[in-house]
Design a binder for this molecule. Structure first.
Ligand SMILES: CC(C)(COP(=O)(O)OP(=O)(O)OC[C@H]1O[C@@H](n2cnc3c(N)ncnc32)[C@H](O)[C@@H]1OP(=O)(O)O)[C@@H](O)C(=O)NCCC(=O)NCCS
Length: 211
């Protein structure tokens, strides 16, 4: 069962189906979508409370931003959906080597590469063709958009968001809740909750918002 009937739910459903799993459908807060088909094929079965009455269905929260995933996980906890209910979805094209781990609730889409000693936490989203190299640690609720590349020994903090095709120099840290804009090249540590972008990445001028 997938939570939040957006584009990431469609992508997660396809990754799950490619791996031979069956997808029951998704749940969403938007009552107007209940009984409809997301993307024309993924059934929107009802609201979040449906998960409480289907205790045998493993769950993946599919909101595109980590802060929203975190809020949904908190709400689901209050509805009786505990940590044991979450499963990870890893596209079959992705090899998870013995020295690497992927936490429950996380999604790894097609073409993701993990080389060695990579730790991916809970409810992390790793979009297509992301490259994670030795000793990288990605904390819970982080989001790595398509084509992100991390050098070795990088630490991505809880709920951080790395935009498409951004890259992070080895041994750097992306702070909790920080955003690196698409195409950015991060050469130093990025402080928590800040929004940086560019090559080399710097704090963005104006009033950039987190996506
Ligand atoms: C960084 C980001 C979050 C900022 O979004 P925003 O708050 O809407 O930013 P704005 O478009 O208002 O731009 C604010 C300023 O930052 C600059 N800027 C925005 N994104 C930038 C980027 N990726 N690199 C460099 N500069 C950027 C803008 O040019 C603008 O500069 P100005 O004030 O000098 O005109 C967004 O641009 C981004 O990169 N999002 C990630 C997109 C992505 O990967 N999506 C994948 C979805 S699956």
């Amino acid at each position: 069962m997938l939570v939040a009937a957006g584009g990431l739910a469609l992508e997660t459903a396809e990754a799950a189906r490619a791996g031979g799993l069956s997808v029951e459908g998704c749940v969403d807060d938007d009552e107007g979508r209940w009984g409809t088909l997301a993307g024309g094929w993924l059934e929107v079965l009802g609201g979040l409370d449906l998960l409480a009455v289907r205790p045998d269905s493993p769950v993946v929260v599919c909101a595109g931003h980590g802060r929203v995933r975190e809020r949904l996980v908190r709400r689901l906890r209050a509805l009786g959906v505990g940590p044991e209910r979450y499963t990870s979805v890893v596209h079959p094209s992705v090899d998870v080597p013995q020295s690497c781990s992927v936490g429950p609730g996380s999604v790894l889409l097609a073409g993701v590469v993990l080389t060695a000693s990579v730790t991916v936490g809970r409810h992390v989203v790793v979009m297509p063709h992301v490259t994670l190299t030795h000793d990288d640690v990605v904390d819970d609720f982080a989001t790595l958009c398509a084509g992100v590349r991390l050098g070795g020994g990088v630490h991505v903090g809880r709920g951080a968001y790395l935009g498409m095709a951004s890259s992070v120099r080895e041994k750097s840290t992306v702070g909790e809740g920080a955003t690196l804009g698409m195409g950015g090249a991060l050469l130093t540590d990025l402080p928590a909750d800040e929004v940086w972008g560019g090559v080399p990445a710097r704090p963005l001028t104006g009033t950039p918002r987190h996506p």
